[in-house]
Design a protein around this ligand. Structure first.
Ligand code: BGP
Length: 472
């Protein structure tokens, strides 16, 4: 029986985001983000037509849920401020209702012994900026810096841990390449411009933060998805995984942590005539405003190999450099269609240790979304989610090992303390320690994992008794 203990002060908690939990209510002054707009245009794009207005009702029930989260051992919690809730227009007019909500929320978290962490943008650009071109335009970048300043000024007395963006690469990737997020574009050149402007916006927000001499710290949440190639001895396969790493991981990690873009990425973009337009002084700004720490979201790896057949496209798409493959005997979370590969978390840690100056980092998201969880309810209505316990435990074992080998990881946040709205998947897959059933107007209930997580947090670790098998 092995013991896995983490150091004193290691952060245990969970994460969610404004658009995935708050909901929209008459009189709250919230403006549309891209999600409300997309839902209005095409409700069928959302699982069972459940849209962003019907999320976990956190705007109204946070007072009930926060003590429940604390009961689960959540002692730090990241959520995001919705820009579209605190500013009503492009002029930056403040919505007092919006600020007041986040005030109440932050105060309630602190009163319940939960450290609040705030992220400034979690995929939810206000529509008033999207209709002007979103992050394709520089104006949105400077507006983001102004919004960031407002948030720092208003909350920094109580909030000490900040994140500029959540998974910034997802915005160009899903919104401008693969058409899974609004505005559903497929155009690599536009995607690269958007990515560049988001990095600039993040660096500008860091600059605002530094100007305030705030005692807190600022980071960025990156979904560092290790790209493993099929045949490590095959140069073409190595090149494929290197291109994937450059485009999907290093495009934000390097400028955010090292203050500069990888030379190989710049050459790749030049070769494809998709370098973004920029001002030369931007590069100084990016160099001078790196983050204090990194948040890492990890769910699954990428398995790639070199492209077997030529890739035909009239626009630049990263796919010309690689294709995905499914390794034999790989374990899948079949609900989400994601491979389960716990060692990825260790590999990320070692990479940050060896190639990024051992920058402090925390796991900002890791978790298991499972469909139809009611099938696992016992006779008292408690979801027996042993698979979730095993999933977390198995990742923590690798994280523990990475820390033992010198990685500077200081916390672990699971996604998410309570069931939340998964974008176009809505409530198809559930991730929470707490079950939420808004449609049935049911009271939130603890799942089995809630008690396990409480123990983990109280004891700063766990003992590896016989675990339940993963649900595969
Ligand atoms: C991350 C996002 C979260 C969350 C999570 C789970 O990429 O930052 O917002 O949604 O993935 O994924 P999904 O909800 O798509 O199942």
């Amino acid at each position: 029986m092995e013991e896995y203990r983490f150091r004193q002060g290691f952060l245990w908690g969970g994460a969610c985001s404004g658009p995935q939990c708050e909901g929209v209510f008459p009189g709250d002054g919230k403006q549309d983000s891209i999600w409300e707009q997309w839902y209005r245009e095409d409700p069928n794009a959302f699982y069972q037509q459940v849209g962003p207005q019907f999320t976990s009702n956190f705007y109204q029930n946070y007072q009930e849920l926060i003590p429940m989260m604390r009961e689960c051992g959540i002692t730090s919690f990241r959520t995001s401020i919705q820009w579209s809730r605190v500013m009503t227009d492009r002029e930056g007019t403040i919505n007092p209702e919006g600020l007041a909500f986040y005030d109440r929320l932050v105060d309630a978290l602190i009163a319940n012994g939960i450290q609040p962490m705030l992220c400034l943008l979690h995929f939810d650009l206000p529509m008033y900026w999207m209709e002007k071109g979103g992050f394709e335009r520089r104006e949105t970048v400077t507006a983001f810096a102004r919004y960031a300043r407002l948030c720092f000024e208003h909350f920094s007395d109580r909030v000490k841990m900040w994140f500029t963006f959540n998974e910034p690469v997802v915005i160009p990737e899903q919104g401008y390449l693969y058409q899974h997020h609004y505005p559903l574009v497929r155009d690599g050149k536009r995607a690269i411009q958007v990515a560049y402007h988001i990095q600039l916006a993040s660096s500008m927000a860091v600059r605002e933060f530094r100007k305030m001499n705030s005692p807190g710290q600022i980071g960025i949440v990156t979904n560092l998805t290790p790209a493993y190639c099929q045949d490590p001895d095959n140069t073409e396969d190595q090149n494929a995984s290197q291109a994937v790493d450059l485009i999907f991981n290093r495009s934000f990690l390097d400028p955010s942590v090292k203050g500069e873009y990888p030379r190989e990425l710049v050459s790749l973009l030049k070769d494809n005539s998709v370098l973004p337009s920029y001002h030369s002084e931007d590069l100084d700004l990016i160099r001078d405003n790196t983050v204090d720490f990194v948040g890492v979201n990890y769910y699954h790896p990428r398995r790639v190999r070199h492209r077997q057949a030529p890739f035909v496209s009239n626009v630049f798409m990263p796919d010309k450099y690689f294709e995905y493959y499914v390794p034999e005997n790989c374990r899948m979370n079949i609900s989400r269609g994601w491979e389960i590969y716990e060692k990825g978390i260790y590999d990320i840690g070692i990479n940050l240790r060896d190639n990024y100056g051992n920058i402090p980092w925390m796991v900002t998201e890791n978790g298991m979304g499972v469909q139809d969880e009611e099938q696992f309810m016992d006779k008292d209505g408690m979801v027996q989610d042993d698979y979730r316990i095993t999933f977390i435990k198995d990742h923590l074992k690798w994280l523990h090992r990475a820390i033992q080998e010198g990685c500077a990881c200081f916390g672990y946040h699971m996604w998410s303390p309570f069931d939340s709205w998964s974008w176009s998947n809505a409530y198809k897959n559930r991730y929470g320690l707490i079950r939420i059933d808004i449609a049935k107007e049911a009271k939130p209930t603890y799942k089995k994992s809630a008690q396990w997580f409480r123990q983990l947090s109280d004891q700063n670790g766990f003992t590896d008794k016989d675990g339940a098998p993963l649900f595969l």
